[in-house]
Structure formats: C-alpha cells, structure tokens
Design a binder for this molecule. Sequence first.
Ligand code: SF4
Ligand code: SF4
Length: 319
Amino acid sequence: MFCGVLGGTGIKVSRLCFGTLTIGPLQAGLSINQGAKLIRYAIEKGVNFLDTAEIYGTYPYIKQACQGLKKEIIIATRSYAYTAQDMQDSVKKACRELGREYIDVFLLHEMDSASLIKGHWPAVEYLLKAKEAGLVRALGISTHTVAGVRAATLTPEIDIIHCLINLDGIGISDGTSKDMLAAIKQAAHFDKGLYGMKALGGGHLISRPEEALSFVLRIPELASCAVGMQAKAEVDYNVAFFSRQKVPAETLKQLRQQVRKQKRRLHIENWCTGCGRCVERCRAEALFVADGRVKVNESLCRLCGFCGGVCPEFCLKII
Ligand code: SF4
Ligand code: SF4
C-alpha cells in the first residue's frame, strides 16, 4: 500500500483511509464484531489510517479491530464541540472509547466557513493545549466547502484539512471540483496535511469507481483519501486500486453484485411527525417539511446519514 505524509505533521498514512461511517449505526448498522472484523481485514491488507467522528458511533468497532495489534494505526476523529469544556469531553471520550492514550488527528467537524472556525475558537484553544500535553498529535477541520479549506489554510494553528473532493464536485456547496482543487493546492503550499472524503460522492459515483478513485489518486496534495466500506469485496477492490494493482476478476464480480444490490438512498419512515429537527441538522439543505412529513431532495442528499442521529422517532436511515 502506498503511503503519504500529512503535511508538516510528519504523520505517515496509507493512501487508502478506512472511512468508518458506513459500518456504524448511521448507515449499515453492522454488529461491532462484524464491523471490527472488516476494519481488521483492511488493516491486514495494508491500511493504517482510520477515519471516524464522535457522531458516527464507531469507536467501539475501531477499539475492537485494533486490539492486540503491534502495527501503528493512525486514527482521525472529530466533534462538533465549540467550547473548551465540550472539546475536552470529546477528546476524553475518544481516548476512553478507542482505548488510546492519545488521538493522532482531532478535527472540528464541518467547518464550512471562516466565521464557523472563529465561533469554535475556544475548542481550537483546548486542542492546542491537548497537543502540548500529548493528548492529540495534530488538529484541524473537516469541511465540505472551498471557503472552509481557504479559511483553514490561513489559520496557522490548523495542521490538517479533511476536505470533500470528487470528480463531479458532488456535495461541494460553494463551488466546483476545480475550485476545490485550487484551494487544496494552496493549502498544501502552506504545509497543511490534506486527506479527502466522499471520493465516490456519498455513493452517487459508485457505478464509476475506476474513474472516481483515479481522480482522487491523481491529486498529489492529498496524503490519503477516506473511503467508506461495508464488505470484504469493497476492501479488496480499494486496496488493489490504491496499490495500483490489477483488481482480481472475482473481486470485480463480487463488487458489481454488491453495487447492483446497493442503490443507496435515504429512507424516511411513514410515522415521521414533521418536527423538522432533521431539516435543521442537514447542512446540505436536502430536507424539507411538506404536508406534515419530511421529504428529501435526492439531488442534494450526500447520503451521510447525519440526520438519522437527531430524529426522536428513528425515522431516517440510509438503505
Ligand atoms: S426528525 Fe424525524 S420525526 Fe422529525 S421531521 Fe425529521 S424524520 Fe420526521
Ligand atoms: S438528508 Fe440526511 S443523509 Fe442526506 S445530506 Fe442531509 S443529513 Fe445527510
């Protein structure tokens, strides 16, 4: 597996990062045993970089997958905390639930503008202290916008930018993939460590995987790219692709069967009360309430599953 270095931090990561959102309760809902086995399988195939977030609920999967491993595994996580106290709680929770004494990369989740970063500054200040104390090795932001990448680039305290980039620019809310590439280039010039997300457009590009993955692999500024995986065939395919090896015919066959089964979409149960909490939660503005129930604009939906976490009636799930 090829590796990259996260900018000035010197942290060395596999170019394929296991994005764990897909295995957890917000998406596939695999059991902890099943999810941990899949992560472990990817680790045995050469992946050393795991991406998660407090909201994903996947810390127990990662903890179990890493148990007894001698190999160094790099973990990146993030939270929405905006006060110093909340961020301290988030870092402690991550360490406790992941069974680690420190977190390699801790990000502020969905920082899509300079004003959001400014509003979360007490959390940044806590992360800087945590870095000094050895609880965190590097800090940064995750973002879906060009403005977020540009703002983080101009913030010296930020080491890492986890940004949304894919072939068709799906999910970039303030520009095109070309705009994002220009922002990524500038960030790398400032020695920021960069890794991508949503290379497959949240599932929308799943029928064109070679094209979509080749696109992100050709971006030299990205040390790695997080890809969500739910099955061994997906791990095999991605590992081969990111290692520039020929994908075995049997793996391709299994993957195609999986893709056919997997026309993913946001399912809304008919007992939705139309309370609107999920509408507020969706930063992609894909949800709206009409006739007393929530509805989704599929062309805007990134299939992230975040809305599911706030529904008191358990109405929302990616299927
Ligand atoms: S949060 Fe749940 S109940 Fe409320 S509008 Fe959304 S789907 Fe419906
Ligand atoms: S509707 Fe839900 S799954 Fe779709 S983008 Fe919004 S939060 Fe994500």
